[in-house]
Design a protein around this ligand. Structure first.
Ligand SMILES: Nc1ncnc2c1ncn2[C@@H]1O[C@H](COP(=O)(O)OP(=O)(O)OP(=O)(O)O)[C@@H](O)[C@H]1O
Ligand SMILES: [Mg+2]
Length: 355
């Protein structure tokens, strides 16, 4: 073998980390020149300009050449032509994606509303704790990657730590909780991601978390009928959903959209929960229908999905939004906590029957 062949052979040991094939057979090595003193000059043509793997591939190629006896290595980067790329991708088989497994989780329910700010995270937090208080093993996954509120509502300030390939959920109020918030340096760091990154991060959070055995996992969805909702409904092994609405017309409309999207995706809906249903003034005991009446009932009649609870607007219930104790812990005798307790019981009997 002459020097050039030796260097080419060395480059065959360098893989494109994404395509899992060596850079020589992918046709990425161009203009390879080797001087008699074994100084090597070559161009590596990448699939795209500014390829994020550029440095990794370049460093690996350089190391392989030095190991093969090169005295000096100069690498330039170029771009594969459209024709060359087509050839590479035409010969590739798209690896079949393994469906994500449920593991030892008995029931997985996604909680959404369509509309923002109607109390999804508040309901998820209190319902999860209520289910735990009744003896179930409960987990919560915060799928609101761009605006994770679950850490505050669960009063968790800790960061998650990993164990091998897994991340250990943080337990508070008896519930195993996982949120991207546990992986960020602080609460004010925004996550600026586009749809595909968000979707894959939710799948990863679900898969990497050491949930172990759970009776139920509640997933807190972000507002809207977005990519996230589609990912949760299609890529995660969920059993069904819960819809949160307020009595108001706008919330009713958005909840109906949410509900129809889940129906289209063949995800069964276990119930509608109306939040902020009414307000009883603590001083006068007078009832105020702050956001109108009947939203939950109307959706239930139209969709045939049971209205499984009505939670009043109470200051103690809003407290967890400020990082204070969730109402089912701080005021178990309050109307909200009683409503959460009833919903938990209904859900437990419904889910136990369905399996
Ligand atoms: N029943 C209630 N009584 C009083 N305050 C409530 C009640 N439900 C929710 N809140 C408060 O309303 C605000 C919005 O609630 P929450 O964050 O749970 O809504 P969300 O639907 O999860 O919002 P987003 O769409 O932004 O995720 C919070 O400040 C919360 O504390
Ligand atoms: Mg929320």
């Amino acid at each position: 073998m002459d020097n050039k062949e030796i260097m080419l052979e060395a480059l065959r040991g360098v893989e494109d980390p994404e395509l899992h094939q060596d850079i020589v057979s992918l046709g990425m090595v161009k203009d390879l020149q080797v001087s008699p003193e074994k100084a090597v000059h070559l161009t590596i043509a990448l699939t795209q300009e500014g390829c994020p793997l550029k440095h990794e591939i370049g460093n690996n190629a350089k190391q392989a050449l030095l190991n093969a006896g090169a005295t000096n290595v100069i690498i330039q980067f170029g771009k594969l032509s459209e024709e060359e790329k087509k050839k590479i991708f035409a010969n590739r088989q798209v690896p079949e994606q393994k469906p994500i497994q449920k593991g030892s989780i008995k029931h997985i329910l996604a909680v959404g509303s369509g509309k923002g700010g109607v109390g999804k995270s508040t309901v998820v937090t209190n319902l999860a704790i209520a289910l735990h208080q009744k003896g179930w093993k409960v987990g919560v996954l915060d799928a609101d990657v761009l605006g994770p509120n679950i850490p505050t509502m669960f009063q968790i300030q800790k960061k998650a730590f990993s164990q091998g390939e897994h991340i250990v959920p943080i337990v508070n109020h008896g519930v195993k909780v996982m949120s991207i918030g546990f992986l960020l340096p602080d609460d004010n760091t925004p996550v600026i991601w586009r749809g595909p990154m968000i979707s894959s991060s939710i799948e990863q959070l679900f898969e990497m978390t050491l949930w172990e055995e759970l009776d139920i996992l509640l997933i807190d969805l972000p507002p809207g009928t977005s990519d996230t909702m589609l990912t949760v409904a299609q890529a995660l092994p969920i059993d069904g959903g819960l819809v949160i609405t307020t009595p108001s017309k706008v919330s009713e409309n958005d909840a109906t959209k949410f509900l129809k999207t889940f129906e289209k995706l063949n995800v069964p809906l276990y119930g509608i929960i109306e939040n902020m249903s009414y307000f009883i003034a603590p001083d006068t005991q007078k009832r105020y229908d702050l956001f109108g009446t009947g939203g939950g009932q109307r959706i239930s009649q139209l969709s045939n999905i049971p209205l499984i609870g009505q939670i009043p607007f109470e200051m103690e219930t809003g407290a967890c939004g400020n990082g204070e104790e969730p109402v089912v812990v701080s005021c178990p005798a309050s109307s909200s906590a009683q409503a959460f307790s009833k919903i938990a019981e209904l859900l437990m009997s419904q889910l136990t029957k369905s399996k």
